[in-house]
Design a protein around this ligand. Structure first.
Ligand code: PLP
Length: 397
């Protein structure tokens, strides 16, 4: 071969022989071929396992998908996952798959991430997918809405953003099943360490991989995990729609997930300390955190959550603060980072009215109870004393 040809081909595509890399390599190849062309045909026909084209499946992504399926599945078998380019792409894929052969009506919990509400109302509604919102903590109202609207899918968050409501996932799943609807649970805030929705009867679990699972603020990704009855539909849709994750991000997500349970335990423990400290602070009007026995969903938390794990978000209202004072407070932090995301190793604070729920009208936010003095703290893994002392100096200032 001439140099120009060797420059393109040499060194690549070695068979791995008998050695095994300890961590999954980043498979950047878009296309794959086999010793026999007939084998590629078998792969295309799903008669033989293996990749053919990265939008259809990529070995790095498949390793990540197997990993997250295993975290979400417990004793169940036959489940599968599909890694997506963001949490929103994963949600969209799950909704599309759930409604494939069902009535195009979604019954959605009213307490959802702002961008999800936006997608339902402004993107999906004009395509003929109707959404009806209901308070999933009001079981009679949820049952009545199911009976009235006969939805094809139900959609909820395991712990809601940002007020941390916990709906009775197991009972909602049973109601969905009785009505022939598929329950989609965005479990980004809860993570499989705290609750595993598929074990409780949900059909689809969605994560923003961007948050706790990856955990280091350097990956934008999402994933859909579902049962054996739905995974092929998800894969088929992804082949055509192409919302798949890139292999570099898959690698980073897998790397992050290896330490996710250890990080999450620490973040949950830190959050309990931060929540009780904030509750006693005179500048804090109200704290939202599910460990509080006075939390409206305390009994559900006790029934469904792993013991002593309540998530790692603490939301709180600053007494008498308007936007200007909230901005001054955000500027006063020295350790806590005033940036938009959550679930990272660093403690970050976000102003819901400005970021996660900014697309909603002030009236809509007020209806959901998201006030203009509400901050959402994503508690990191730092020494909790340092987090508290930063909160203290910022609140004092
Ligand atoms: C609960 C929840 N679901 C989904 C998403 C969307 O995730 P991504 O930013 O990865 O698209 C977010 C983002 O903040 C979220 O908070």
């Amino acid at each position: 071969m001439r140099l120009n040809t060797r420059a393109v081909h040499a060194g690549d595509r070695k068979h791995s022989g008998s050695w095994v890399p300890v961590t999954t390599p980043i498979h950047t190849a878009v296309s794959y071929f086999y010793d026999e062309a007939a084998d590629l045909e078998r792969v295309f026909a799903n008669e033989m396992a293996g990749p053919n084209y990265s939008r259809h499946g990529n070995p790095t992504n498949e390793a990540l998908e197997e990993l997250v399926t295993s975290l979400e599945s417990g004793a169940q078998s036959g489940n599968g996952a599909l890694a997506c380019s963001s949490g929103m792409a994963a949600l969209h894929l799950a909704i599309t798959a759930a409604l494939l052969d069902r009535k195009r009506v979604i019954l959605a919990a009213s307490a959802l991430y702002g961008a999800t509400i936006n997608m339902l109302m402004k993107i999906l509604e004009p395509t003929g997918i109707e959404t009806v919102f209901v308070d999933f903590n009001d079981e009679p109202a949820t049952a009545a809405a199911i009976a009235e609207h006969r939805p094809g899918a139900l959609l909820m968050e395991a712990i809601s953003n940002p007020l941390l409501r916990v709906a009775p996932l197991d009972r909602i799943a049973a109601m969905a099943k009785d009505a022939g609807a598929q329950l989609i649970v965005d479990s980004t805030f809860a993570t499989p360490l705290i609750v595993r929705p598929l074990e409780l009867g949900a059909t689809f679990v969605v994560h923003s991989l961007t948050k706790y699972l990856s955990g280091h603020g350097d990956v934008l990704g999402g994933i859909v995990v579902t049962d054996s009855a739905n995974i092929e539909a998800v894969r088929t849709l992804a082949k055509s729609l192409g919302p798949v994750l890139g292999p570099f991000e898959s690698y980073l997500a897998m790397r992050g997930i290896k330490t996710f349970p250890v990080r999450m335990e620490r973040q949950c423990a830190n959050s309990c300390r931060v929540a009780s400290w904030l509750a006693a602070h005179p500048a804090v009007e109200r704290v939202y955190f599910p460990s509080d026995p006075a939390h409206p969903d305390a009994a559900i938390v006790k029934r469904l959550f792993a013991p002593n794990l309540y998530g790692a978000i603490v939301s709180f209202e600053v007494r008498g603060a308007d936007r200007d004072r909230i901005f001054r407070l955000m500027n006063a932090f020295r350790l806590v980072i005033p940036a938009t995301s959550l679930g990272d190793v660093q403690t970050m604070v976000s102003y819901s009215a400005m970021s996660s729920h900014r697309e909603l009208s002030p009236k809509h936010r007020a209806r959901l109870g998201i006030k203009d003095n509400l901050l959402r703290l994503s508690v990191g893994i730092e020494a909790v004393e340092d987090i508290i002392s930063d909160l203290d100096q910022a609140l004092k200032s």
